[in-house]
Design a protein around this ligand. Sequence first.
Ligand SMILES: [Zn+2]
Length: 316
Amino acid sequence: MPSGGSFDDSEDDRLRREAMAWLTIRTNDGADPLSYLDIEDFRFADEGIILRNRYTGIWKPRQLEAALSITTTYSLPGSKPPYEDAIHSDGRIRYKWRQSKSEAKRRDDADLADNRALREAMRLKKPLIWFHGVGPGLYQAIFPVFLVAEEPELKQFVVATDGTQDIPVAPASVAEEALREYVERTTLARVHQPVFRSMVMRAYETRCAVCELKHGQLLDAAHIVPDSHANGIAAVTNGLALCKIHHSAFDARILGIDPDYTVHIRPDLLEEIDGPMLRYGLQERHGQKLMAVPKIRSERPDRRRLESSFERFLAG
Ligand SMILES: [Zn+2]
């Protein structure tokens, strides 16, 4: 049993297992975000070990050798994040080293305790929990994640959701390159999807932008322009909360949204006569403004992206 001292390997494993089992239940199998207070509900054993520390991005309880969790804070679109983005514009997922506040000390950053704790997690192949901010004080827990490589010159670790393979930082063969691409693609998908959805649902207060339907199970986080990841991960301004019907109509170019947030329905559908879904759900939305947009101005749909998607709608 844990006794206040350092954990041995099996105690360490048990903590991580219990933490992730608890998160599975509390997040509805990874679907729902948690507030920072929710996260503090978890306490491990007598020592009351917590899952993340409010004041630091890299969390290693004193009983462990390796980090237990990493946190990325949410920053509003257009504002400068407190730490460099963990997800790069090329779609690769990295976690930055902790950096010294003072410029002069930065060359010793590799040896900071937090960075050593990350390196230990990598060496021991320990599963970590990643709390990714999706709103102020709100986090999507992604677990398990593994640190599979370090890029010291860029002061960062490579994050993957599959810890079984070591991915080559500098691939030397076609097979290595393919492996690396595969790991990065699956990791991105598994991180991007829940983060994007939670961010969009939070910003739209779980309402369809077009009809204000409020049932989360019937809502999707839709991309305004297909996500090439060219603009970084999970940009809420490239998102719209849409009910299933309006999402499908939007993707099929039956419904368009212009840069002034006005809804348009394809002309031939306006002529049709059919049941209530066509009439109330589509025809009567024509010419109306979006019913729900984020309260925070900088989180509202990006007008340039709407313009480009609206052009495609007009082209049919
Ligand atoms: Zn709707």
